[in-house]
Design a protein around this ligand. Sequence first.
Ligand code: GLN
Length: 311
Amino acid sequence: LATETLTLQTILNEIADTMNASTERGTVANYIPELAAVDPNQFGISVALPTGEVFNAGCAQQLFSIQSISKVFSLTLALGKIGDAVWNKVGREPSGDPFNSIVQLEHEHGKPRNPFINAGAIAVVDSIMMGHEPKEVLAEILQFVRYIANDNSVAIDEKVALSELATGHRNASLAHFMASFGRIEHDINKLLGAYYHQCSISMSCEQLAKSGLFLVSDGVNRVTGKQIVSSQRARRINSLMLMCGHYDGSGEFAYRVGLPGKSGVGGGILAIAPGKASIAVWSPGLDTIGNSKLGTLALELLVQRTGWSVF
Ligand code: GLN
């Protein structure tokens, strides 16, 4: 094991060096002003193993906005609270459309294709509100993320949430459009407030990698010994991440990386190598679809070097 772990650290160092030398970084999300201000010249990677070992390279401790990666956590929470009733609110099919697209909603009577596009994630938050105030729902989401990450310092970046609120016309349209089909149960402003704050959770690569450990080991975080979900549910969340986690770039991500993964417009990606490792990468520059450019490349290199693809 000593040589294996030494090799893993060497691989991560090499990947970080390659990424830091790259000049093709993509562009930071510019539709959310707070995110547009983030320095694109940053790269971090963290690999958490079920043994409790964690390997880091680059700025793996730097906090960033997890954005849509939070959709994995809110889905997990919703499944825990209402079980399969979640699937009355959202589907389980890849959308093939951009993350903020509205077009399919018209054809499918306001039911979003999957929980990882914006419309789907807003519907998931609606399903966990259950008449509560946004503050209470957020406390619950945050508590859950802290629990799975085994880290009580995880927090929400209020500035990012307000920045999203101020510019969130598209998300408001999605929510109103779903509501026009009678699919939204709560006050839309409260619902969007909760959604924006969920997206504005700040985490480091290391915190994020640790939070994915339950998806590595059949629903159990082997480091804390806690069963977060059943093994069947863990497998199902992983398959949704593989099929839908990168929006209309999900096929390309599966082709290049071959792991369940979830991206966010903050430039983070959480990827799961079942039975092996939970991996978080972060680099704020995005490709045209809104997925981290160097993050994807780093995962592609890591899988090539470790053979951790699920295929
Ligand atoms: N909060 C972002 C939004 O609603 C999340 C999008 C993303 O990360 N793809 O636009």
